[in-house]
Design a protein around this ligand. Structure first.
Ligand code: GRG
Length: 294
């Protein structure tokens, strides 16, 4: 099976997992659940859950535990996209080739969908079904809170909004991207070390792997913003240029940025190769990051 087919099968199957894991409540008589299910069903690559599942396989984590952690990070990711698309942020009409949540429903619903997805994520992590050991659950909650919120993705988004008025230097751009994009990659790649209670042995390795992957992913995203095809990507492109935002590309040029991202990917592959055959899918993910067209 070619890797693109593997990825699209994973994404389809994982969407079912996400729908099934949404907590049931007979209190939901409003449109909230309908809007959440819409947001989940429009799909996406499900790259972060795949990273959780593959690192968990390597470290021998139970599949049932891994699926719950993988779902929690994807719910945070989906919430961030819904809020990012709002008129007060990126003001986008299309996401994953479909109407954005606020266009399909309305702005208030989209804000509430994001809020609910965020709390669902922590509801899942803190549930006994996620791990029998309370210390492990508590560590996962703490890590995800740090990666997603005030000291992570939300701060990155704030710095990104402010970047429109500033001429950022390369290190400031790297920091911003590490917060906005890298932190969820970090959680996705290191959660298995917590789940398997092997942080002492593996946390740093997976942290370095995720750092390279996250930055390369963001550089490729900036390249796609310039060279990408709006139809294939299912969202608006050339946004950074039109906003006059400094990016890795605007400072280093497209060729040097590509070379740098490829170097980061080769380093990531070297780190993960120590696990032999069981790292095959992670290595394929690394290569896909630079080849992807969406
Ligand atoms: C609103 C708190 C808040 C945060 C938003 C994630 C984000 C921060 C903004 C989205 C805009 C953007 C370009 C972020 C960089 C990260 C990124 C490339 C997200 C898209 O991730 P993919 O490509 O998306 O994995 P799919 O649709 O495949 O899941």
């Amino acid at each position: 099976m070619n890797f693109n087919t593997y990825l699209s099968n994973f994404s389809k199957n994982f969407t079912e997992e996400l729908i099934n894991i949404i907590p049931t409540s007979d209190l939901n008589t409003s449109n909230l659940k309908k809007a959440i299910v819409y947001t989940i069903k429009v799909g996406g690559k499900r790259l972060r859950p795949l990273l959780v599942m593959e690192t968990s396989k390597i470290l021998g984590v139970k599949r049932d535990y891994a699926i719950r952690v993988a779902s929690s990070v994807e719910f945070i990711h989906c919430y961030s996209l819904v809020h990012d698309d709002l008129p007060s942020m990126d003001n986008d009409d299309l996401r994953r080739g479909n109407l954005t949540c606020h266009k399909k429903f309305n702005e208030a619903t989209a804000i509430l969908v994001g809020d609910a997805l965020q709390s669902i994520s922590f509801e899942i992590l803190s549930d006994l079904k996620t791990h029998k050991d309370g210390n492990v659950r508590s560590k996962l909650v703490n890590e995800l809170a740090k990666c997603a919120g005030y000291s992570g993705m939300v701060e990155g988004q704030m710095q990104d909004l402010e970047a429109e008025k500033k001429n950022l230097k390369i290190n400031e751009i790297k920091k911003l991207q590490d917060l906005k994009t890298g932190k969820l990659f970090h959680f996705s790649c290191t959660a298995a070390t917590i789940l398997s209670q092997q942080e002492d042995k593996y946390y740093r390795k997976f942290q370095k792997f995720s750092k390279n992957l996250g930055l390369a992913f963001q550089i490729k995203d900036d390249i796609l913003d310039i060279e990408g095809d709006e139809k294939k990507m299912g969202k608006k492109v050339r946004k950074d240029v039109s906003l006059g935002k400094e990016t890795f590309i605007s400072l280093k040029g497209i060729e040097d940025s590509k070379k740098y991202a490829e170097l980061l990917i080769e380093e990531a592959i070297e780190i993960i190769s120590i696990f032999g055959k069981s790292s095959d899918i992670l290595i394929k993910i690394c290569r896909m990051i630079m080849k992807r067209s969406k």
